[in-house]
Write a protein of this length. Structure first.
Length: 426
């Protein structure tokens, strides 16, 4: 996202109101921010938001909280659909569910026209399938560009593909508290680049990449680009079609609250769907699965990127989060996300910076996703102490506490409680 579109988003969405007059570092001020927050009412829709043992949940970027609506949906799916429709369910909507949810995701938050997104395997497996297809589509090019700060699975999958296909990995080493810049990508790509893989929001620093600018750089070099949206889907808007993105993958258990291990999504730009061949040729990605034919022929369209039986149970809960985000609007979600990370940064400045804690994330919200990371040598022990108190951030090597702030379920008071507990532990 470039600066202009980020500002448009901030201006278009309702601002989180004016807090009162309390001292900005006080708990009262946090409560005033909650009272003024137009999205605060939605916290009650999440299970556990009134659980006294869950003092502050600050890890919504790792595993989102369940919606009450999802408990109801899963229960009634088992009794009414699975229990009574049984095998007939496949013909009555289950087989097309991955594509229908994909279209919803595209319309509500990813800026993708229908027919380009499917839900299916884990992020890891989808990364393999799409990256493998992309390098096969550029047979004369021997290099894949990626960065050292990307999530391990992204790096590991590409190490495997490079070994499998005899390709070279060209590594960008971005700033520790930042992410890959246009200048760095420009210097790394060239006539040998088959594929670029980058994350929209960096899992550790929270850096928000300029997708359209970096995509254009990859395209000018003649490469395909795959964007990993794991840490952006559900917390900020994307415009995959307008940004000319070739390929994308993302999680559904982080800001999309699909539950532990819920299946990931894949976006394949329509113009590439015919020419890209993914390597796991299964019957449900074939043109006519129930013909039970002899040879694989890929289905037309996005279904060619699926392989086996879709995990229907796993894709129930995320539908409720998509519906909630649709009702609120992804711009309003982004607006609150910025308010939450700004507030956490202000508290850090006032309370933790004086104790030697480092901010390992961008300061400017224009370059920041939905989480921030704070570094201190003692944070491994501090995290364990916080968990004992029901205050749940996560720890990221080598010494980071990551505050993952999920806009529809995280309150300003929770952030205050979390930062105060870190302060006391130090
Ligand atoms: C969370 C995350 C993953 C997770 O992959 P799984 O296959 O779902 O375990 C991959 N990449 C990034 C960037 C992530 O943030």
């Amino acid at each position: 996202m470039n600066a202009d579109s980020a500002n448009d988003v901030a201006n278009a969405a309702p601002a989180p109101g004016n807090p009162g007059s309390s001292e900005p570092l006080s708990f009262d001020y946090a409560q005033e921010l909650d009272l003024a927050d137009p999205l605060q009412e939605h916290r009650d829709a999440f299970i556990g938001s009134d659980d006294p043992a869950l003092v502050a949940y600050l890890d919504g970027n790792s595993l989102g909280r369940p919606l009450q609506a999802s408990a109801d949906r899963i229960g009634s799916f088992i009794t009414e659909q699975w229990g009574s429709r049984l095998i007939r369910g496949w013909d009555e909507g289950w087989l097309t569910l991955p594509a229908r949810i994909g279209d919803d995701l595209g319309a509500v938050m990813l800026g993708a026209a229908p027919g380009q997104i499917t839900i299916g395997d884990s992020t890891t497996v989808l990364l393999y399938k799409l990256c493998r297809a992309a390098v096969a589509a550029r047979p004369d090019r021997r290099e894949i560009v990626l960065d050292t700060e990307n999530f391990p699975t992204d790096r590991f999958v590409l190490q495997g593909i490079a070994a499998e296909c005899g390709l070279e990995l060209r590594w960008i080493t971005p700033a520790y508290e930042g992410g890959v810049t246009a200048a760095e990508l420009e210097a790394a790509v060239g006539e040998h680049t088959a594929l670029v893989l980058l994350s929209h929001v960096a899992y550790r620093s929270g850096y928000l990449a300029d997708v359209p600018a970096l995509t254009e750089i990859a395209h000018r070099a003649g490469a395909l680009i795959l964007w990993d949206l794991c840490h952006s889907a559900g917390v900020l808007p994307s415009q995959l079609d307008n940004w000319q993105v070739d390929l994308a993958v993302g999680c559904t258990y982080k800001y999309l609250n699909g539950g532990p291990g819920s299946p990931a999504f894949a976006y394949v730009r329509r113009e590439h769907q015919e020419s890209l061949r993914q390597p796991i040729q299964g019957w449900l990605g074939s043109d006519d699965p129930f013909r039970m034919g002899e040879d694989y022929q890929p289905a037309a369209g996005i279904r060619a990127f699926t392989s086996g039986t879709p995990p229907i149970l796993g894709m129930l809960a995320l539908q409720d989060m998509i519906a909630l985000i649709e009702s609120v609007g992804i711009e309003a979600v982004r607006s609150k996300s910025i308010a939450l990370t700004d507030y956490a940064t202000d508290l850090y400045d006032g309370v933790l910076a004086p104790l030697g804690v480092q901010l390992a994330s961008p300061r400017d919200s224009q370059w920041r996703g939905g989480h921030i990371t704070l570094d201190h040598p003692s944070f491994r022990e501090v995290t364990a102490k916080l968990w004992e108190q029901g205050i749940i951030p996560d720890f990221r090597n080598p010494n980071g506490i990551r505050l993952g702030l999920s806009p529809l379920s995280t309150s300003f008071s929770e952030i205050w409680v979390g930062v105060d507990a870190i302060h006391q532990a130090l």
